[in-house]
Design a protein around this ligand. Structure first.
Ligand code: SF4
Length: 343
């Protein structure tokens, strides 16, 4: 079976793990190509205008895979930890895809809901052993149901899941060395040299980029934001370059506890880097029309203001122009230089 994985949304966090799982079970994996101008345009034709840009991009990637694969992996993710919920778009993603892309191949669409009672740890990403008994049982059932599309041998599914989990831990460690998810994926696939622009040791400023991976690393929708900042002599740090414990502490500092799954990436990262005097400024990147982010951004903006640290918000949609973005980045970096001189 050939399984398609859209290069969007959770791809940036879990691609090596998913790919390993499917390949260990004998499937081949095809990931859609990098986003181009045609990708969100294809999604826009199928969705109402108010839908956020990342979901439009996601549908564009599913359309690209349609006709090339036997099935597309579109998980419905409600929760990855107790009492912390994903945005409703993640929960309804398979239904949305089926509704707006009826010609899509059959979907591999496991329901992932680990919001099961009795876990003590409601913060961060607990290792599997920290989940409640019920949550662990739900997780294992989900994995077996997904694996049974490929084999009836439960031991083979278990081995594939364990190998995939190991690969995920390696992937997280790679990112903590300063690689972005696309760079870490390239390194993991043995193609690290394509990304020569990673952080240098001679950067004149350090900026914390605050946002979801799918908002920060899609090179088309962000106009290659990370590379542009590095080109301006900036070292970029993100939630991926911090440890889960540091992000957890960041959330505790700013809000006392998470409600949305992706608070790690917004509030957790901001809280953590506000403690770090080497970080000169903060740029928050979000999508137009995103409900959760509008709340989280408010928290981040208020915290940076109270700490007297430079902050800029970039809100992306399909009309965001490259020239305007570059101008704003250059102005922010100039301002950082003046701010540091004054300080
Ligand atoms: S969190 Fe925001 S940007 Fe992400 S899928 Fe939900 S609405 Fe879209």
């Amino acid at each position: 079976m050939k399984v398609g994985i859209p290069r969007a949304l959770l791809y940036y966090q879990y691609y090596p793990m998913w790919k390993t799982f499917f390949e260990e079970l004998g499937a081949s994996v095809l990931v859609s190509g990098p986003t181009t101008k045609a990708t969100p345009a294809a999604g826009v034709e199928r969705l109402v205008a108010e839908t956020c840009l990342p979901v439009k991009v996601y549908c564009g990637h599913v359309l690209e895979l349609t006709g090339q694969v036997d099935s597309v992996f579109v998980p419905a993710v409600r929760s990855l930890e107790p009492k912390v919920l994903h945005c409703s778009h993640f929960l309804g993603l398979p239904d949305l895809v089926r509704a707006v892309i009826p010609e899509a191949p059959p979907l591999l669409a496991p329901d992932i809901d680990l919001d099961q009672k009795s876990s003590e740890d409601k913060y961060g990403q607990p290792p599997i052993s920290d989940l409640s008994f019920k949550a662990r049982r739900v997780l294992y059932q989900t994995i077996y149901q997904l694996g049974s599309h490929f084999t009836r041998n439960p031991l083979r599914i278990k081995a594939a899941a364990e190998r995939a989990w190991q690969v995920h831990q390696d992937y997280l460690r790679l990112m903590q060395t300063g690689l972005t998810p696309p760079e870490a994926i390239a390194r993991w696939e043995g193609n690290g040299t394509r990304h020569a622009s990673r952080n240098t040791h001679h950067a004149s400023h350090t900026i914390a980029l605050i946002g979801h991976p799918y908002n920060l690393y899609d090179t088309y929708t962000t106009h290659n934001l990370v590379a542009k900042l590095r080109g301006l002599g900036v070292k970029v740090v993100t939630s991926e370059t911090a440890t889960p414990e540091e992000l957890r502490q960041g959330i505790l500092d700013l809000t006392g506890g998470p409600y949305w799954t992706y608070e790690d990436e917004m509030v957790g990262a901001a809280g953590h880097y506000l403690r770090d005097e080497r970080v000169d400024g903060f740029i928050a990147v979000s999508s137009f029309g995103c409900g959760p982010d509008s709340t989280l951004l408010d928290v981040v903006q208020r915290a940076t203001r109270e700490a007297g640290r430079p902050f800029m918000s970039l809100i992306l949609d399909e009309h965001t122009g490259e020239a305007g973005l570059v101008t704003r980045l250059e102005a922010f970096v100039d301002m950082l230089a003046r701010w540091k001189r004054r300080r």
